[in-house]
Design a protein around this ligand. Structure first.
Ligand SMILES: Cc1cc2nc3c(=O)[nH]c(=O)nc-3n(C[C@H](O)[C@H](O)[C@H](O)COP(=O)(O)OP(=O)(O)OC[C@H]3O[C@@H](n4cnc5c(N)ncnc54)[C@H](O)[C@@H]3O)c2cc1C
Length: 299
């Protein structure tokens, strides 16, 4: 099977996943597969399904908590499917799923388009960001999406879904709910704007993030969703959990909703600390915080 897949993808075997997620944790995957094109991705998925090999699409690994258990299947990365095209004359942009969101932000600003500045500090791919409707500063990616092209994992058909066909809400979409689609690419509607203004906004937000977030340590951003009308970080801080640690994982002193890999944390350290924060907050305040990050490979 793997020889056939190699006709359609770069393949590595028995790969430690810690280099492929922003917590820098996780076990080994049997196969790490990077399809060469969208058509090759479709072929790879068909071959894996025919051989009943489980697979998982990994973006930049900036919103996942990977277990240390060996993944007996294929982790698929879309790093070869990462094209970006900006069309200033139409106020439109196009990006493939493996493109990094901040790269799309910069390229659209360079071409005089505005709208995506909110995402300058979101270190994910377009695919991963659409999946969870990533956002910041009261804006989210789905606000700017005109259509999303997807691979239907059940029929192997490629479909273009228009904005109105896609249901989404705060940090959630039908892609996350249904798990039926692989995001392949998206079209965005933007507006003409002044490059200097956009760059000033980016710079200001970067400064604010550097001041308020522990970006000097590996993490996967905010651990919990903000409950309606409140901030998870404020509630966690109120429970005196800042600085709490398990093994090498620590609740950041700088931002209570970040768990950082301070000193060679294992997957279990991060997992247990997330649960400890959740359970302590529930006990002390009755708030049942909802996790924003996704646990992958845990039973
Ligand atoms: C320092 C830091 C700051 C952050 N700030 C923010 C922020 O301000 N706002 C915010 O929303 N998030 C933030 N995040 C979290 C994260 O960057 C986003 O959620 C990002 O959109 C995740 O993209 P990813 O490519 O890393 O996805 P991954 O973590 O790789 O994957 C997440 C999920 O998406 C699925 N997925 C990935 N690609 C596809 C695809 N092509 N098709 C279908 N499913 C797919 C995966 O299977 C997985 O289930 C931050 C993270 C860090 C580390």
């Amino acid at each position: 099977m793997i020889e056939t897949i190699k006709k359609h993808a770069d393949v590595l075997e028995d790969v430690p996943l810690n280099k492929y997620n922003t917590y820098h944790i996780g076990g080994i995957t049997k196969y790490l597969v990077s399809p060469l094109s969208i058509n090759d991705l479709v072929e790879v998925i068909k071959i894996l399904d025919e051989n009943k090999v489980p697979y998982f699409i990994l973006g930049n690994g900036s919103n996942v908590v990977l277990s240390s258990k060996k993944f007996e299947g294929a982790i698929i990365r879309l790093n070869n499917i990462a094209g970006i095209a900006i069309h200033p004359e139409l106020s439109r942009a196009y990006a493939e799923a493996g493109a990094m969101f901040p790269k799309l932000v910069m390229e659209s600003i360079e071409k005089g388009l505005t709208g995506l500045e909110f995402a300058g500090g979101i270190p994910g791919t377009i695919g991963g960001s659409i999946y969870s409707n990533a956002g910041a500063y009261n804006a989210c990616i789905m606000d700017y999406v005109e259509s999303v092209t997807v691979l239907n994992k059940e029929t192997y058909e490629i479909e273009e879904l228009e904005h109105e066909d896609i249901t989404y809400s705060y940090r959630n979409t039908m892609f996350k709910e249904e798990k039926k689609y692989i995001v392949l690419s998206a079209k965005f509607y933007l507006k003409p704007g002044e490059k200097a203004n956009s760059l000033a906004i980016l710079e200001d937000r970067k400064r604010r993030r550097l001041e308020s977030q522990p970006l000097e340590y590996p993490s996967a951003g905010s651990v919990f969703r903000n409950p309606d009308g409140d901030f998870a970080g404020r509630i966690i801080e109120e429970c005196n959990l800042k600085g709490t640690s398990i093994g090498g994982a620590e609740v950041s002193e700088k931002h209570a909703n970040f768990i950082i890999n301070k000193d060679n944390a294992t997957s279990d350290d991060v997992y247990e600390l997330i649960n400890l924060v959740h359970d302590t907050v529930l006990e002390k305040t009755t708030v049942d915080l909802k996790i924003e990050q996704e646990f992958i490979g845990w039973d």
